[in-house]
Write a protein that binds this ligand. Structure first.
Ligand code: SAM
Length: 458
């Protein structure tokens, strides 16, 4: 591989951060191929067949020795793991080591969903993640990844950060993985190298300030704000910590580190004390360039409880009465109580504990997905949805059928299939016991219900 050409002004910037000798090591690392890594979905039982090695700061993340074709792996399509670079998975360590309280989390710049799915795993059934993406086409990808992850605790919205203003003081944790100049992605992403310039850094920094000026106010008293970028310069990192502490009351939080990880702690002096940032350089860690900081809102900061919405009136979403909800839960064999809504004839379920928060969100934001879409109820039958197939909710009352790799790929490609011994009626197709989707076996014909737009074209 010939040497990657780095912008000259970027080289000078990095020499001023690292010194010349270390910069040479940095440049050598930028010229190496990035390592492929995955984060397993503990909600879905799966053991990879490839050789893997652990990523030190996470329980669920692993390096792979080679990059397989993920598209052609049915376990990937089933949401058994997410392909994510290792440094980003450090958020798992932040949450666990600081024992960040669970509750209502917001991922304000969420697509394609790497960090939202990580938050979803951390929360399990003790919280919900509002995964928001401002760009419509990217919100669609985010929705697909939330569906594949399948835990039913993600609400996908498609809004500008400004639209969150009525929800100030509402969230236990706000994560902003900001759009940035992408210096840490230079070895993976030639476009990031081409777009980079000192002016672009300034542009990114002022956009980040606009976003953070809204985001800071969304954290409730005692809650946390995580800000991260995949870039090295100080304007988009340390200066943002300065900005946040000037605009809002925040308390510093230090993240415990194992020295062997080689993550570099940076101290930011402010009138409110010393704040901390953490930088991942590719010549020091096995991961891409990354920066992260966490700040705590004082307990006295203003907090907004969801309150009771007497009659939930929404232009398209209708809540289902309690008697029917209890009937659904027992009919479908779900553990824990569900709150049900109908949208375009389809029935959705979210955990009862969070319905007030959900209704507040639904009244203010543009929803793209929430909880688990179960499907349509027709007389005494369910027409089950693909979203339910991929969710970790039980599918009692439906037959399932374990397929081999060739059959799984035929199913995912929506090829015509003949499968001997398949039960009649709705059948959940599974591969290595991971649900892939539904077929309806009519006896003389097999209807494949895998969504057309998800079909594998390889
Ligand atoms: N957190 C994501 C993940 O881990 O998969 C990656 C997020 S990416 C670094 C930043 C996101 O911010 C992009 O999806 C981008 O579309 C979005 N974005 C761009 N401009 C924005 C703005 N003005 N406000 C909020 N988000 C913005």
């Amino acid at each position: 591989m010939s040497d990657i050409q780095l912008p000259i002004a970027f080289e000078s910037q990095m020499i001023s951060i690292l010194g010349k000798e270390e910069f040479d090591k940095f440049k050598a690392a930028v010229n190496q191929s990035p390592r492929t890594s995955i984060r397993l979905n503990p909600g879905k039982r799966f053991t990879p067949s490839w050789p893997i090695s652990p990523i030190p700061w996470t329980e669920n993340g692993f390096f792979l020795e080679e990059r397989p074709s993920f598209t052609l792996d049915p376990a990937f399509q089933a949401g058994a793991y997410y392909v994510q670079e290792a440094s980003s998975m450090f958020i798992e360590h932040v949450l666990k080591s600081l024992q960040i309280p669970k509750g209502i989390y917001l991922d304000l710049a969420a697509a394609p969903g790497g960090k939202s799915t990580l938050l979803s795993t951390y929360l399990g059934d003790e919280g919900i993640v509002i995964a928001n993406e401002v760009i419509q086409s990217r919100a669609q990808i985010l929705k697909e990844n939330a569906i594949k992850w399948g835990l039913g605790n993600i609400i996908v919205t498609n809004n500008d950060p400004d639209h969150f203003e009525p929800l100030e003081g509402f969230f236990d944790l706000v994560l902003v993985d900001a759009p940035c100049s992408g210096e840490g992605m230079f070895r993976k992403d030639p476009q990031a190298r081409e777009e980079w310039s000192p002016d672009h850094v300034l542009l990114c920094s002022s956009r980040q300030k606009r976003i953070m000026d809204k985001a800071g106010a969304l954290v409730k008293g005692g809650g946390y704000l995580i800000y991260s970028t995949c870039t090295f310069n100080e304007q988009e990192n340390e200066e943002m910590i300065q900005f946040l502490t000037e605009e809002f009351a925040f308390e510093p939080v230090q993240i415990p580190l194992d020295p062997s990880w080689n993550i570099i702690e940076s101290k930011v002096e402010t009138p409110d004390g010393t704040f901390f940032g953490y930088r991942f350089f590719p010549h020091k860690v096995e991961g891409e360039g990354f920066f992260i900081t966490i700040l705590k809102r004082p307990d006295s900061a203003s907090t907004q409880e969801p309150g009771k919405i007497k009659d939930f009136k929404h232009p398209v979403l209708k809540s289902i009465n309690e008697r029917e909800e209890i009937a659904f839960d027992s009919e479908l064999g779900f553990e824990g109580k569900g709150k049900y809504y109908s949208l375009n004839d389809s029935i959705f379920r979210i955990d009862q504990q969070f319905f007030r928060h959900f209704e507040r969100i639904a009244l203010h934001l543009s929803l793209r997905y929430f909880g688990v879409e179960l499907g349509k109820k027709q007389k005494n039958d369910w027409i089950p949805s693909h979203e339910w197939a991929l969710s970790t909710l039980p599918k009692n009352g439906f037959a399932s059928f374990e397929v081999d790799l060739a059959q799984a790929l035929d199913f995912l490609r929506k090829n015509d299939q003949e499968i001997p011994d398949l039960p009649i009626g709705w059948v959940l197709m599974t591969y290595q016991n991971l649900p892939l989707g539904w077929v309806k076996n009519l006896g003389n014909r097999l209807n494949n219900y895998y969504p057309k737009e998800w079909r594998i074209r390889m």
